[in-house]
Design a protein around this ligand. Structure first.
Ligand SMILES: NC(=O)c1ccc[n+]([C@@H]2O[C@H](COP(=O)([O-])OP(=O)(O)OC[C@H]3O[C@@H](n4cnc5c(N)ncnc54)[C@H](OP(=O)(O)O)[C@@H]3O)[C@@H](O)[C@H]2O)c1
Length: 243
């Protein structure tokens, strides 16, 4: 069994790489060209005796990233794609434009669609496989920050809703996690309530749900209730707590 993980050098993607390798799965790990990725790959293959291949690429360039991924995947059997990479910026307050806007939309949305589109036919042909995407509670309701990021994540959810229908009856599953706060570099140093969840714990949950069929799930689960409250909160109150 071999999984492709987009964004595996840090945070939840790294925790998923560690979890899946510890279960004996081979991996293709993807991130920008950082020493972290090389070190992670060497560590995982040594400790867990699994085959770990690297793709160093920039998901801000969807076409080139897809070509880089396909070159390494080659004719290897692939059992799943976990599109974990995400990119958010503090200055994303409605005025992001040009390259900065492209980067946010491409890393969070376009590259996922481009890479999944390239790999979907082979998953369907083998009659099995998991495609897993990651949204954010930042996209539950539009607000004055994370403007481009949230719109990309909302688009990603729509894409995964559609994907679940596209792969119905093919043996392939499309799973989408709406994530609450996770203890990674994205939340480091922030005082948040509820407190950020442990990525290793989430990785175990996500891994154990592979093969259980298409689904859209809030993680941690209580965020489902919080999202409902945020969505139906009176606008004035929401504006006060969300900017
Ligand atoms: N942390 C949270 O509280 C939270 C909340 C809701 C949703 N999420 C979502 O959950 C997912 C995981 O988040 P996280 O906090 O674990 O993220 P993270 O710690 O910031 O890690 C992001 C990963 O994506 C990779 N990445 C980012 N930009 C890339 C690019 N242009 N090309 C290739 N790889 C790139 C990074 O690798 P390099 O930078 O090394 O290339 C890294 O491995 C993301 O989709 C995020 O949007 C997170």
């Amino acid at each position: 069994v071999r999984f492709l993980i987009l964004g595996s050098s840090a945070g939840l993607g790294r925790a998923l790489a560690e979890q899946l390798a510890s279960e004996g799965h081979d991996l293709i790990v993807v991130a920008t060209d950082t020493p972290d990725l090389q070190a992670l790959a060497s560590h995982l293959s040594l400790v867990h005796s699994v085959d770990v291949r690297l793709v160093t690429t920039d998901l801000a360039d969807p076409k080139r990233a897809t070509a880089d991924v396909l070159r390494v995947v080659d004719d290897l059997r692939l059992d799943g794609v976990l599109a974990v990479a995400g990119y958010a910026r503090d200055d994303d307050r409605g005025t992001l434009a040009g390259d900065a806007l492209d980067r946010v939309v491409n890393v969070n949305l376009t590259s996922v669609q481009e890479i999944v589109a390239a790999l979907l036919p082979r998953l369907v042909a083998q009659g099995a496989g998991s495609i897993v995407g990651f949204g954010s509670i930042a996209a539950v309701r539009g607000r004055g920050m994370n403007v481009a990021y949230a719109s990309a994540k909302r688009g990603l959810r729509s894409y995964f809703e559609s994907l679940a229908l596209v792969v119905r009856d093919t043996g392939v599953e499309a799973q989408f996690y709406e994530l609450g706060y996770v203890a990674t570099q994205q939340t480091f140093g922030q005082r948040l309530f509820p407190p950020p969840a442990d990525p290793a714990r989430l990785a175990r949950r996500i891994s154990s749900a592979l093969g259980s069929g298409s689904r859209i799930v809030y993680l941690p689960r209580y965020w489902g209730l919080l999202a409902l409250i945020l969505r139906w909160m009176p606008s004035r109150l929401f504006a006060r707590i969300s900017s």
